[in-house]
Design a protein around this ligand. Structure first.
Ligand code: SF4
Length: 62
């Protein structure tokens, strides 16, 4: 199944993805975004979070 992946090397810890879609994304103890529940929200909502990332470090993998 298609699921979102965060490239943590590029994450700047802005927190936007976790604000837009907290069901799927959260900041870990290093303040980097991580996917805690890849199926926690609709594809549209996950896409919204992907689109709001200022450094485009979230992408889909299948
Ligand atoms: S929106 Fe992008 S840069 Fe901001 S916390 Fe999420 S993954 Fe990191």
């Amino acid at each position: 199944m298609k699921h979102p992946v965060v490239n943590q090397d590029d994450c700047i810890s802005c927190g936007l993805c976790a604000e837009v879609c907290p069901e799927v994304f959260r900041l870990n103890d290093k303040d980097l975004s991580e996917v805690h529940n890849p199926a926690g929200a609709s594809e549209e909502k996950i896409q919204e979070a992907i689109d709001c990332c200022p450094v485009q470090c979230i992408h889909w993998e299948s």
